[in-house]
Design a protein around this ligand. Structure first.
Ligand SMILES: Cc1cc2nc3c(=O)[nH]c(=O)nc-3n(C[C@H](O)[C@H](O)[C@H](O)COP(=O)(O)OP(=O)(O)OC[C@H]3O[C@@H](n4cnc5c(N)ncnc54)[C@H](O)[C@@H]3O)c2cc1C
Ligand SMILES: *[C@@H]1O[C@H](CO)[C@@H](O)[C@H](O)[C@H]1NC(C)=O
Ligand SMILES: *[C@@H]1O[C@H](CO)[C@@H](O)[C@H](O)[C@H]1NC(C)=O
Ligand SMILES: *[C@@H]1O[C@H](CO)[C@@H](O)[C@H](O)[C@H]1NC(C)=O
Ligand SMILES: *[C@@H]1O[C@H](CO)[C@@H](O)[C@H](O)[C@H]1NC(C)=O
Length: 620
């Protein structure tokens, strides 16, 4: 099995030309079961100086939605530009999510060294995977569909952003959604006519049953965390169609691929937004495709949907950003705005493994790679359909939360059907950035038989207080930006995380889990051996050694009203001080919601499309 993966890896990463591999080879495999809504999006190479009504930069979670909704207006000619190529057969498999971060579908960003996080990971930096493919990070992500707490959006409105309260935006969550879960089809919180399929994994994990019972023992209800009450235990809702990934591209782009007013250019990298210096009006973008530089022109607007990293980087390279920083980079400032500040993210502690006495409860990588799993996946079932391997979610409130909204959780617990200890092939190690040396020291002493029956239960800090910053490294687009997430710079975040670990210990202590004699693996992490195992100090140390991001970076182009010095875009998502430039993606969030971020980004894009139609008189 290891050989098969190695072979795939070598072909995917180092062997053939990436374009060839992704656009042709894998195309042969993807389209089953045949679904008329699905199919490959044709590549279009614009002519130099070709004109479009709208140019959308980035075909990610947001960009695909925008392209779909704008081309509903037949007289609008839209160009969608994406740096990556197609999704493929492998990226469709929900449990392989972590594998994708090792392919050219990932931009491959890393953080600057962090004083309180990722201290014992490869290169002593945090990996920050981002999708570079049609569908963007919704192709790399773990498929989990979460919206956050209503007060998260009411907070946005209270910060001076009219139109963004929960009552205003719930309609956009519903508009985008096609709920496939029977018991939620009548819920007033879910939509049935949207493009984005939401379903449970068809695989019924026996571990999820134990988890649910444990929750009940502790007094938590099993609930729809996207419904009236967020707090509680649940089985993950996922962006999934027939047991396969339903990315933003598959949901929103492929069904409209034959629209004549929609053109999509792949393997195309935008390097600059073109702004007239006198009037501060945009007139197009500059991009590189197959080593050739082009300019295309926008008659109405350019919409940046390049994501939290891409959008901030492009703005600054185009002269929109903090003057002092741009000057250092040798870039002439056109508009002085606080681009790159307000970077927020969710961090998770994922090094622990729990051992049960029955291997049938767990799904580790060798189980996933077995021919049996492959065979059941062919029919849309089996353990390969677990979204990123996750079998259960819980939203809880730790005792260090001082949130005045009592119903808002500050911690999410994600239960994985497998664990790092059972990472026989090494994929998980690569995703987390754990070194082999670390792995063998902590888990190497466990016999393979035992590693086989382990699972993970990880705390995610969903209401972080720490804030980071993104800066340019140079004025060259191809130099990755300098990213400082500043995880745990506010020590309350570290304390909350330790309480998350304590909650997990409570869960493991329930009768439900003790029926399987569940134990925390107790070899201390390297660098923390001097502390008493299981003391608060030990966990603080362990968390700083191996915590990683859940890849929810947001906020670098913050939405705030005119006059607020922290704002980059207005509540209508127009860049302050620039005419004809809008941003619609994760970067506009003024504060990160207590949730995974894909669903909120899709909501933002749906709303943005309506605002664009409104502003140009195409919506009454
Ligand atoms: C590994 C991983 C796991 C995750 N798990 C979950 C999860 O389980 N649930 C969840 O809700 N969220 C999850 N997320 C987060 C979620 O997927 C993102 O928040 C969301 O996809 C961001 O959407 P976006 O539109 O802002 O950016 P993206 O989806 O990243 O889209 C940006 C697009 O712009 C393109 N682009 C950027 N710069 C340029 C340029 N210069 N020229 C041309 N194209 C460009 C990129 O290639 C990309 O396709 C995860 C993310 C990752 C990476
Ligand atoms: C949903 O509502 C319809 C009509 O009111 C009803 O026929 C159906 O049984 C309901 N389904 C569920 C799952 O409650
Ligand atoms: C929170 O709970 C832990 C036990 O889980 C306890 O040790 C700690 O003192 C509590 N903290 C507060 C602020 O109540
Ligand atoms: C919670 O604590 C933080 C940091 O100590 C403080 O800034 C915030 O105002 C507090 N919130 C409430 C509701 O007390
Ligand atoms: C697992 O442990 C529990 C509690 O000790 C015990 O009752 C059960 O029989 C064990 N199961 C297996 C398969 O060993």
């Amino acid at each position: 099995m290891r050989c098969v993966f190695l072979l795939l890896y070598v072909t995917a990463v180092r062997g053939l030309d990436a374009n060839f591999f992704f656009d042709y080879w894998t195309d042969l495999f993807r389209p089953w079961p045949l679904n008329p809504k699905e199919g490959f999006v044709q590549d279009y190479t614009p002519k130099h100086r070709e004109e479009f009504d709208f140019i959308v930069v980035g075909a990610g979670s947001a960009g695909c939605v925008i392209a779909n909704r704008l081309t509903e207006v037949p007289q609008w000619k839209v160009l969608l530009i994406e740096a990556g190529g197609n999704e493929n057969f492998f990226s469709d498999v929900p449990i392989f999510a972590s594998f994708l971060s090792m392919t050219p579908m990932n931009w491959g960003y890393t953080s600057e060294p962090e004083p309180r996080a990722c201290k014992d990971l490869r290169g002593k930096v945090c990996f920050l995977p981002r999708g570079k493919v049609l569908g963007g990070s919704s192709v790399l992500n773990f498929l989990i569909y979460q919206r956050g707490h209503p007060e998260d959006y009411n907070d946005w409105a209270r910060m001076g952003n009219p139109g963004w309260s929960y009552d205003d935006i719930l309609q956009y969550f519903k508009k985008s959604e096609n709920i496939k879960i029977d018991e939620l089809k009548n819920s007033s919180y879910h939509g049935r006519n949207g493009y984005l399929d939401i379903d449970h994994a068809p695989y019924k994990s026996p571990l999820e049953k134990v988890f649910r019972k444990a929750g009940e023992e502790l007094g938590y209800e099993r609930r729809d965390p996207n419904g009236e009450h967020m707090m509680g235990f649940s089985k993950p809702q996922a962006t999934m169609r027939n047991g396969r990934r339903c990315s933003s591209s598959k949901a929103f782009l492929e069904p409209v691929r034959f629209r004549r007013n929609l053109k999509v250019t792949k393997h195309t990298i935008v390097t600059k937004i073109l702004i007239k210096p006198q009037t501060k009006t945009i007139y197009g973008v500059e991009f590189i495709k197959r080593n050739k530089r082009y300019r295309v022109l926008a008659r109405r607007e350019v919409i940046l949907s390049a994501g939290t990293i891409g959008s901030a980087q492009l703005l600054m390279l185009s002269g929109v950003g903090p003057t002092e920083h741009l000057e250092k980079m040798g870039i002439r400032t056109l508009v002085d705005l606080p681009v790159g500040y307000n970077l927020q993210d969710h961090v998770t502690f994922s090094g622990n493994a729990f051992i049960v006495n029955d291997s049938r409860l767990c799904v580790n990588d060798l189980t996933a790679a077995s021919p049996f799993s492959a065979a059941s996946y062919m029919t849309g079932k089996g353990p390969l359909t677990l979204p990123g391997g996750a079998a259960g979610l819980a939203f809880i409130r730790t005792n260090v939360s001082n949130d005045s909204v009592a119903s808002r959780p500050d911690m999410e617990l994600v239960m994985g059907a497998g664990s790092l200890a059972g990472d026989f092939i090494g994929i998980l190690r690569s995703l987390l950035g754990v070194t082999d040396k670390w792995f063998w020291k902590v888990y190497g002493t466990l016999p393979p038989k035992v590693r086989w029956r382990t699972f993970s239960l990880n705390p995610v800090l969903i209401r972080p207080r720490s804030v980071g910053r993104l800066m340019l490294r140079s004025s060259n687009f191809f130099d990755h930006p300098r990213i400082q997430p500043n995880y745990f710079s506010d020590l309350n975040d570290l304390k909350a995380m330790v309480q998350g670990v304590r909650m997990i210990e409570n869960i493991i202590g329930t009768k439900a889990f003790q029926q399987y004699n569940t134990k925390l693996h107790d070899i201390p992490f390297p660098g923390c051996e001097h502390l008493i195992f299981d003391s608060d100090e030990y966990w603080e140390c362990a968390i700083m050694q191996t915590s990683i991001t859940l890849d929810h970076q947001v906020g670098t182009c913050k939405m705030a009203p005119t006059g607020d010095p922290t704002g980059v875009v207005s509540p209508r998502l127009l860049v302050h001080g620039v005419k004809g430039l809008r941003i619609a993606d994760a970067s506009i969030m003024p504060r990160i919601p207590a949730s995974h971020t894909h669903a909120p980004v899709v909501m933002i894009a749906e709303k943005a499309a309506d605002m664009i139609k409104e502003d140009w008189g195409y919506l009454n």
